[in-house]
Design a protein around this ligand. Structure first.
Ligand code: NAP
Length: 220
């Protein structure tokens, strides 16, 4: 039996990932169960560790919870509007949340025979893409969200080196219609969850320390 914890699984890509992994046989015959988990809250995360530990441990962690700050009418805020407070809010969930949850669940993951971590990053994390005037992502002018996902990529690289017995990868689901972007994404959640599910299911000989989308490795 493989037990998987997905943060932010009540909707969007996390919910679809949970649905697919349950279908594939992750977790027990009861299917998915809900664990209260606010990734910005130490006490809440510690309580979730106790709950998951009492139920037998953890094999796969999917750090999926994420937020993006949008302006009026779902507009992408320009760099001139970026404030330290906005950065802090986005980093609290997208970056510190990933570290808080991963750090807390490391002891359980280290007890697993095939531990896996998937960090849900973004194509907007790519310094190569956002600095290339010919890239379709170049237009994206907001600062907080892409910066947070670039940090997620570096967290992935450093954790993958630190824990060679684990498979730890960052994934880009692609532009997917979810509440995050006011349903403006061009993919369905089924399409977006594909790479999350695939990297959640890698075996002990699978890749680690990568940044991938459904078609393969991406430029950092
Ligand atoms: N959609 C895209 O085009 C796209 C592209 C690239 C990457 N991503 C990434 O994919 C991931 C999932 O996003 P989505 O598109 O599925 O958006 P979504 O539908 O808005 O889902 C985001 C999920 O994160 C949860 N969440 C937010 N803050 C949280 C917190 N502090 N603690 C625990 N859970 C929290 C939300 O729960 P509540 O609703 O309860 O707050 C929700 O379940 C995010 O990391 C996002 O950055 C999305």
């Amino acid at each position: 039996m493989t037990t998987t914890l997905i943060t932010g699984a009540n909707k969007g890509l996390g919910f679809e990932t949970a649905r697919r992994l349950v279908e594939a046989g992750h977790t027990d015959e009861l299917g998915a169960r809900f664990v209260q988990l606010d990734v910005t809250d130490d006490a809440c995360v510690q309580a979730a560790v106790k709950t998951v530990e009492a139920e037998g441990g953890l094999d796969v962690l999917v750090n999926n919870a994420g937020i993006e700050v949008r302006g009026e009418n779902n507009s992408i805020p320009p760099a001139v509007d970026t404030t330290a407070d906005e950065m802090r809010t986005v980093f609290e969930t997208n970056v510190f949340g990933v570290v808080r949850v991963t750090h807390a669940f490391l002891p359980l993951l280290q007890r697993s025979e095939a531990p896996v971590v998937v960090n849900v990053s973004s194509g907007l994390a790519s310094l190569s893409r956002l600095s290339d005037p010919d890239s379709p992502a170049h237009f994206y002018q907001a600062v907080a969200y892409p910066t947070s996902k670039t940090a997620v990529n570096m967290i992935t690289v450093q954790y993958a080196k630190a824990f060679p017995n684990m498979r730890i990868n960052a994934v880009e689901p692609g532009f997917t219609a979810t509440d995050l972007n006011g349903l403006s994404g061009t993919q369905t959640v089924e399409e977006g969850a594909e790479i999350i599910v695939r990297m959640a299911r890698v075996g002990p000989d699978g890749p680690t320390g990568g940044y991938v989308d459904v078609d393969g490795p991406l430029a950092w």
